[in-house]
Design a protein around this ligand. Structure first.
Ligand SMILES: Nc1ncnc2c1ncn2[C@@H]1O[C@H](COP(=O)(O)OP(=O)(O)OP(=O)(O)O)[C@@H](O)[C@H]1O
Ligand SMILES: [Mg+2]
Length: 248
């Protein structure tokens, strides 16, 4: 598992090889520390209501959703919180590759089979307290599968078993999956890479999330150039902006 792979418009590497887990391979690095900061900021963005389920999305593809959700999940588990990371990106799944777990059964099996069988679908990871639910067989109709009462039931069941359920979702503009998920979970986080996600797309994403009454917890500015961080962090993950600040 490398750190980051070569920049391309639509990255295929994360689908083939998974994303880099720097929080696992280099937990004392500056970048791992930035992931811990993101986790803390998300925790503080919802002090009144305990977050049990959150979804990560972005306006377009290859903007860092899977990298950020997986690394933030690791930092959460490191705190002793029982975390389940769910691959709800049925269009471009990565979690089975990132954590090297089988992908024969996963979220799609839970949504299509009569009974929820967590024993054959939820997998352990090398990180204590962190479990993953891979995507499973890619279905022809992801939005229809997610937009069901069964999905509502599944979220209720998963949050009974885990302290926090994190969903990695597709981009919000191209398909409705992320909107559907955002309408069902406690909080939504929008990933926006600096210089890649254009302002109009980010505003459009927020509008689409507002339509479904998503509770937007904040925005993560990804790929922030070192010169824009005052040189302090030396790049990569710039910052986390709470919902109020994101409106500015
Ligand atoms: N801050 C960053 N700096 C450099 N590379 C990054 C950064 N964040 C993500 N990447 C790289 O960009 C690529 C896409 O990242 P990732 O797969 O996490 O995005 P995604 O939004 O989940 O994409 P998809 O739309 O395919 O699901 C990966 O190769 C990843 O390593
Ligand atoms: Mg992804």
């Amino acid at each position: 598992m490398g750190l980051f792979r070569k920049e391309k418009k639509l990255d295929q590497d994360s689908m083939k090889e998974g994303v880099g887990l720097i929080t696992l391979t280099s937990p004392t690095s500056v970048i791992a520390e930035q992931f811990r900061t993101i986790r803390t900021n998300i925790q503080f963005s919802s002090i009144d209501q305990k977050l049990r389920s959150i979804v990560f999305t972005s306006s377009g593809p290859s903007q860092g959703k899977s990298t950020i959700s997986a690394n933030v999940a690791v930092t959460w588990a490191d705190q002793g919180v029982n975390v389940l990371l769910v691959d709800a990106d049925m269009r471009r799944p990565t979690i089975h590759q990132t954590f090297q777990v089988p992908n024969k059964k996963g979220l799609t099996s839970l949504l299509t089979e009569d009974e929820f069988d967590f024993n054959t679908t939820i997998q352990k990871t090398p990180v204590e307290h962190l479990f993953v639910l891979p995507c499973g067989v890619v279905p022809p109709n992801p939005s229809e599968l997610l937009n069901t009462k069964k999905m509502d039931k599944l979220i209720v069941e998963l949050t009974k078993h885990f302290d926090l359920v994190i969903f990695d979702a597709p981009p919000v503009i191209s398909v409705t999956d992320a909107q559907i998920l955002a309408s069902k979970v406690d909080g939504t986080i929008l990933v926006a890479p600096q210089g890649i996600a254009d302002k109009r797309s980010v505003i459009k994403s927020k509008e689409l999330l507002d339509v479904v009454h998503a509770r937007i917890l904040g925005t993560i500015m990804n790929r922030v150039k070192p010169e824009n961080t005052g040189g302090y962090y030396g790049g990569y993950y710039g910052g986390y902006y709470g919902a109020e600040e994101s409106k500015k």
